[in-house]
Design a protein around this ligand. Structure first.
Ligand code: NAD
Length: 337
């Protein structure tokens, strides 16, 4: 079976590509082994660092999913395949450019699902949604699978439309889909992005890089986070699970843990002390715009249906910092010994 990963050059897509390239098969519950013959990772750009870490079963395609010809070349009726659809214009960029968000997040998602439908193979599809589908004055502090979604961004709206399509295409038997509502995922490597949640990764990443970091939120701010390894595991578990257990609701809210920013900083300092890492300074520089956006977000996710599939939150923040060091700084911190 071929596994297709859109957004394979991005943060989560590249981690998923790596995780799958270490596995010989996916297991359709209860006992059908689907051998992975090829992994096709598609993205506008595939960074060199992502290419060099991949096994020889991975093929990379740099292409724009809003080009119908690209989708037709990727998905054909000739071969059994499973699709992880992660490519998206993310929140900040989607707010800046409505047409782009609609074209990539809605039109291309629809075209992809149509291509799946026309293979008549009823492929399994996992779609990366977001807790940005929730919003508005009546959103409770802790959201769950039964909370009414009411997105307050174009990004969140397109994610909700994706979820609804996944549900209906599955109901019609065109494909066998699953959508996961991700909370903010940390620790994103590389450069800061424009998302208001960017601080949740930057507060670790920049000091670990020896760079002083201007923290835009208060130390008491609470945020629900999930580590990237847990998210990759959730994508795979969702792909492998039996659709019978999902019933008529193909969307799962993922678990998270609520952290206060000061707790995150304490954990970072503890890890740095234990590993002998000299951190850049964290300087409180409150940004009222960021604070107001973040204050409007849920502080927790309840995820009973995802947990029933074995999808869990991290034990704590230190665990994720250590994973991040192991994955992204193995030489500098000599942690693989
Ligand atoms: N990281 C998070 O905190 C988080 C939270 C909630 C939901 N999500 C969702 O998870 C998915 C992966 O997120 P991520 O953090 O890896 O984001 P990312 O921005 O690192 O990756 C998304 C990738 O999609 C690619 N892409 C955008 N437009 C494209 C196009 N037209 N054709 C081909 N590729 C295109 C981008 O180049 C990028 O590499 C996204 O769908 C995102 O909305 C992420």
């Amino acid at each position: 079976m071929k596994v297709i990963i859109t957004g394979g050059g991005g943060f989560l897509g590249s981690q998923l590509t790596q995780a799958l390239s270490r596995r010989p098969y996916l297991q359709w519950a209860p006992a059908e082994k689907k051998e992975i013959s090829e992994i096709l990772a598609v993205d506008l750009v595939i960074p060199a660092s992502v290419r060099t870490q991949a096994s020889d079963r991975v093929t990379f395609l740099e292409a724009d999913l809003s080009d119908q010809a690209v989708i037709e070349a990727m998905i054909t009726e000739k071969e059994d395949f499973a699709l992880f659809h992660l490519a998206a214009v993310v929140s900040g960029a989607g707010e800046k450019d409505f047409d782009l968000a609609m074209r990539v997040n809605f039109d291309s998602t629809r075209q992809l699902l149509e291509a799946c439908r026309h293979t008549a193979l009823c492929p399994r599809v996992v779609f990366a949604s977001s807790i940005a589908v929730y919003g508005g004055a009546y959103t409770p502090p802790v959201v769950s699978d039964t909370t009414k979604p009411l997105p307050q961004t174009t990004y969140g709206m397109t994610k909700l439309m994706g979820e609804l399509m996944i549900n209906d295409y599955s109901r019609k038997g065109f494909l066998d889909g699953r959508a996961l509502r991700l909370p903010t995922v940390f620790i994103r490597p590389g450069k800061p992005n424009a998302a208001a949640s960017s601080f949740a990764s930057a507060v670790f990443r920049e000091p670990l890089n020896g760079i002083d970091y201007h923290l835009p939120v208060g130390l008491d701010m609470e945020v629900p986070l999930l580590g990237y390894r847990k998210v990759v595991d959730a994508f795979i578990r969702a792909m492998e699970c039996d659709s019978q257990v999902l019933g008529d609701d193909r969307t799962l809210t993922l678990p998270s843990r609520k952290y206060e920013v000061k707790e995150m900083i304490r954990a970072l300092q503890a890890v740095a002390d234990a590993k002998g890492i000299r951190l850049g300074k964290i300087i409180e520089s409150p940004d009222p715009t960021i604070i107001n956006i973040v204050k409007g977000w849920p502080v927790g996710t309840e995820a009973k249906r995802a947990e029933a599939l074995g999808i869990t939150a991290d034990q704590g923040v230190e665990e994720v910092i250590l994973q991040y060091l192991e994955d992204f700084y193995p030489d500098a911190f000599n942690l693989k010994t």
